[in-house]
Design a protein. Sequence first.
Length: 261
Amino acid sequence: MPRRRPFLILLPASLACLISAVGTGLAKGPHANSLAWRPHIAEARRYANHRAGDVAFAVIDERGRIGGLHMASTAPAASVFKVMLLVSYLRKRHGDGLSDRDRALLAPMIRRSDNVAATEVRDVVGRRRIERLARVAGMRDFRYHAVWGLSRTSPRDQARFMYRLGSYIPKEHRSYARYLLSHIVRAQRWGIGRVAPRGWRLFFKGGWGSGTGLVDHQVALLTRRHRRVALAVFTQLDPNHSYGKRTLRGVAGRLLRGLGR
């Protein structure tokens, strides 16, 4: 009768197989693809360097790492400043419900970029609250201007702000803020609005110099369940507004390539 091998001799081999299987399972688990994805920064830089005008951008990946091009350079904020106005207003209303009057100001300011509403919101919140928000958000390059669209900021400030946007808004108002930033009117959904990956929810705001091409900016947060990515693309001195919109789309599309997989 053949002699049986002791069980203890087989045990290490079994454990090795088990560990290998577990390791393989983790590598193919639900987080593997998200952790493997990287923004295509070099590709976006090459594209930006061949565009007319001045282009700067910052992108934050799912691990919170930031990269970009001329990230600390500043520009007039134009209407991307309205996200800061929205958050400042909602912080002022912390603990209170929003009235019909509140919504009548905030909705047009964000969804169709109404400047009259933005000026009224600025008057309600005041400079002190806006600068306090900038400090809380750790903005290093923000400079307030009495003409709110001339307030200066940088791609790195705005990408970081968008990445942590929910943390700056009172809990009771977060869903309303998300609704506004995800329901920009169709006529203003250019740039990243045309290249956001399928399956991701896009919250964004654009700013442009009244169609002159002087500035064309976008700031954005993209989420998918537990995942999030943020970016800010700033352009200045574009030949015209249409050219600026194409630059925004080209930079965003290259940065986000492969994210939807």
